[in-house]
Design a protein around this ligand. Sequence first.
Ligand SMILES: Cc1cc2nc3c(=O)[nH]c(=O)nc-3n(C[C@H](O)[C@H](O)[C@H](O)COP(=O)(O)OP(=O)(O)OC[C@H]3O[C@@H](n4cnc5c(N)ncnc54)[C@H](O)[C@@H]3O)c2cc1C
Length: 258
Amino acid sequence: MSTPEGLRPVDVLTVVAVTTVTPAVRRVTLTAPADVVAAAGPTLSLLVPRVADRSPVWPQVARDGRIVWPQGSHGVSMRRYTAKRQDPPAGELDVDFVLHGDGPAATWATAARPGDLLGVASAASLGEATAGWVLLVGDETALPAIGRILGAAAPTTRGVALVEVAGPEEQQPLPAPAGVEVRWLHRAGAVPGTGTLLADAVAALQPPGGDDVFAWVGAESAAVREIRADLRGRWGLRRTQHHAIGYWRRGRAASVAD
Ligand SMILES: Cc1cc2nc3c(=O)[nH]c(=O)nc-3n(C[C@H](O)[C@H](O)[C@H](O)COP(=O)(O)OP(=O)(O)OC[C@H]3O[C@@H](n4cnc5c(N)ncnc54)[C@H](O)[C@@H]3O)c2cc1C
């Protein structure tokens, strides 16, 4: 339902379950009507209430998709996440939150319990494209996206997936076509976003050649910049052949609106 100014309320989903996936990842299962679940993803702009603020004032959405924030304090932050699973018939959607220890979203996820609310401002694609040979690169925050891309890939797809995690305890099942090699890279005590594990691993690869190649990268911004330069330079990938975006920025809040 929209107001006379053409504003409509955002979709608000309810937490039905919270599961520990690994020591650093918490899965929040949300419920909503089937059409809301179907439209909410795979990339989500989540509206996260401040944990201390139990009565958030949700923004509204204008006809052109713009988010219209309420005047004054509203107790809501917007952050981008990935729907790891969308099941419209069941009215359920899973989001895996990395508990990195700081920030409104990680704090919310750490405290989340059934009955809590989360808004969805908008949804988008993962930015992927199909190709005979794929390179997938990311850290824990990109694991849900990489899992979805691999899950939807044709069985004949070949390529390499490079995933950086803290250690073996953070590895998750990652079903992939037989021709895609999944490599786990362990930070082994290094602070997230400080090393060059992913960029070094990409630099060590021999580009497969040919046009039927697509690269997808999601990780800390500085690592993504370095990898993107390699893909555009040595790999010679055109803009349509790669999607490389910073999923978070070390030392900076991913603030869209706080
Ligand atoms: C398209 C897209 C999809 C994403 N999907 C997911 C997803 O499915 N799951 C997920 O967990 N994240 C995902 N992210 C990353 C997530 O949006 C960021 O990690 C975001 O900063 C978390 O917000 P926050 O409020 O917890 O922290 P912020 O307020 O943004 O940041 C607070 C502090 O925490 C630091 N920080 C933020 N993220 C991390 C991290 N991962 N490790 C260490 N320090 C960090 C920042 O540098 C800053 O110093 C996605 C990002 C994008 C762009």
